[in-house]
Design a protein around this ligand. Structure first.
Ligand code: KG4
Ligand code: ZN
Length: 336
């Protein structure tokens, strides 16, 4: 039989992306047009600039995704699109485009939750992976533990009360005069630093819940940097980076291992931009190996925003008949 081809669009933040995947798990194309250089001079994403760029990029990116997959719209069985969470103006570009394609081609429209998409990126990298598992979603906007019982039963166990993990990385990087987005730069600096040089707080680590909080840590690091600067003391950026990163990673690992125990699962899945962090991967690797738990994380391209992960999530919604209609709207603060 001909493969089931899904086309998906992702425009929730600063990447315009379109992808075609076959039978839910095989990437035929995954075109990502990044706006990072455009936003870099502002030190962060400017929503209005992002929306305008998505409008310019979206149709060329769709054309390229179809071309690279060597298919036409006539071959596509359903169109998936991220409808939240994200920047409203950015999301609307993808949603409006997907609706037009669905209407014109008379194919089902599938609204995808961006965070669920991040989790599903793992299915594209690991053919053997199947639920149930615990997923740690760590991105620029979110930090959450999710119990994935089966493909369409995702239960939110807990999330951050304030800043997301990636947001903390980006803010600390900014005061250290590192380029946006700062996560990868902190990661790189930390490799030659001492994670025990400075003790930063591990918020809510003994709280017994799956909630996270990173705003106190962010303030502690800022205070440390400012007071060292005031006293004109030498400051090792490597040690600051390593000690900050250790505080984030320790809490993430401890809560994830607790969740694995409480859900009685044997697999852990990392997702979102911060899943690319080398220390997080390393520390979770150690803890899961000790506990006899399997750890999965996506390849670097599939950790950050892309449409292939959205197509993968859409495929399983397609199988379950979870279609949207032409009233589908962007939901900036969509929950899991
Ligand atoms: O998932 P993502 O592309 O966008 C959102 O949905 O938010 O995540 C982007 C975030 C940024 O905060 C970026 O600094 C962070 O992921 N990030 C990292 C690393 N690579 C990307 N943070 C820490 N270490 C990394 N290696
Ligand atoms: Zn994302």
């Amino acid at each position: 039989a001909a493969p089931c081809l899904i086309l998906a669009l992702e425009t929730s933040c600063d990447e315009t992306s379109a992808a075609v995947i076959a039978d839910g798990r095989t990437i035929c194309s995954n075109i990502i047009s990044s706006q990072v250089p455009l936003h870099q001079k502002f030190g962060g994403v400017v929503p209005e600039v992002a929306s305008r760029k998505h409008i310019e990029n979206v149709l060329p990116v769709v054309d390229e995704a179809l071309k690279e997959a060597q298919v036409t719209l006539k071959d596509i069985q359903a169109v998936g699109v991220t409808y939240g969470p994200g920047l409203v103006g950015a999301l609307l570009v993808g949603v409006a485009t997907a609706k037009a394609l669905s209407f014109a081609e008379e194919i089902p429209l599938i609204g995808v939750n961006h965070l669920e998409g991040h989790i599903f990126a793992n299915f594209l990298c690991h053919a053997e992976l199947e639920p149930p598992f615990v997923a740690l979603v760590v991105s620029g906007g979110h930090t959450a533990l999710v119990h994935v019982k089966d493909y369409n039963t995702l239960i939110l166990m807990g999330q951050t009360r304030d800043d997301a993990a990636g947001e903390a990385f980006d803010k600390i990087a900014r005061v250290m005069n590192l380029p946006y987005p700062g996560g990868p730069h902190i990661d790189r600096l930390a490799r030659s630093g001492n994670r025990e040089a400075i003790h930063f707080p591990r918020a809510l680590s003994d709280h017994g819940s799956y909630e996270f909080s990173f705003s106190g840590l962010k303030s502690a690091v800022l205070n440390y940097i400012n007071s060292a600067r005031q006293r004109q003391e030498d400051l090792s950026p490597e040690d600051v980076a390593a000690s900050f990163q250790a505080a984030v990673v320790d809490v993430l690992v401890a809560k994830t291992m607790q969740a694995v125990k409480d859900c009685n699962v044997e697999q852990v899945v990392l997702a979102g931009g911060v899943a690319a962090n080398s220390s997080l991967q390393e520390e979770l690797n150690k803890s899961t190996r000790l506990a006899g738990i399997r750890l999965y994380y996506p390849s670097p391209v599939l950790c950050t925003d892309n449409a292939a992960m959205i197509a993968c999530r859409a495929y399983y919604q397609f199988l379950a008949g979870q279609y949207a209609d032409l009233h589908l709207n962007a939901v900036p603060s969509l929950k899991l």
